[in-house]
Design a protein. Sequence first.
Length: 387
Amino acid sequence: TRTQVAIVGGGPAGLMLSRLLHLAGLDSVVIDNRSAGTIETTHRAGILERDSVRLLVDAGVDRVLTDGQRHEGIALRFGGVSHRIDFEALAGSACWLYPQTDVFVDLHRARTADGGDLRYGISDTEVTDVLTAPRVRYTDADGRRHEIAARLVVGADGSRSGCRALVTAATQYFREYPFAWFGVLVQAPRSAPELIYTRAARGFALVSQRTATVQRLYFQCDPAENPDDWSDDRIWAELQGRLAGQDGFRLQEGPVLERTVLPFRSFVQAPMRHGRLLLAGDAAHTVPPTGAKGLNLALADVRLLAETIEQALVRNDATALERYTARALERVWRAQHFSYWLTTMLHRADGASEFDEQRQLGELTSLVSSRAGSAYLAEGYTGWPAR
Ligand code: DHB
């Protein structure tokens, strides 16, 4: 096969890129070693920034507007009291609660309908000749070997990216955290109309939603925690304890449908380009889940990448490829700081002194008491504008 752009990774980033390229008249081939069904049922975050929604809608993928929920704020809860951060009033903006799995389903459907070349369930991917004339080889489900010759290759192959290693002489920036998140999907009515980010003496907790009958909750845990050690009762006791406060707040309980421990780290690899290979999304950077920036960053990369590729391939502007890293990294580092900041402000650090705890409460009190501080949170959460 010959194509303009070979896209390794058929998650939301890879699919969105192939959609945007299609709309710009450029063809692509998307390959992924997972099946579409696996991606569809792997639960990820559920918050879309304002401009992520705009990008989806502009790309003709607009179910989010009917099935998603527009959220005009969040609650920050500490000392047993909730403080609302009003995105509309503070930043003239909002975000949308819409699960990443639905974003995938919508993009997959759109790309299938417009004739996209999507190849899932492949194996043994090999990318070569990225400095000259890129080739991507892989094995299909029947064991046959295939080769794609492309003008450019995009690595949108996630946090365990194989393409990443092809960027030679790259710098890797890393930060590990001594905790993880325990994530549950539960069958219960909504406990609150908006998300609640909670700092409790026992650690962080987050109340999110999915539908009228299914909710998503998280709490800070040890990275070595085994989900099977946690009965429904134990999970609910931990969550209720972290959310409890003088206002008498109680979570609506129900059966736990799914439980997982989520990894937690900050990572950036730069540059995001090597010759005719470009990286997008988790392949180049990972954020801790606090603030739900992962998918939003990947979509922002891809918006930039579609523009970059069009300049390079249609207008023959080779310098466009050279500008990609610096343009993408500006947002990446802003989001890295935002995710790190929200994380450290709300999580319990093992071995934290009494001073550290009181300082943390001081920071939260300052934030909710200051219009400027709250506006900074609102701007970062709903997303910085594209430029
Ligand atoms: C969700 C996940 C997050 O990491 C977050 O900050 C907000 C919401 C979610 O899964 O709903």
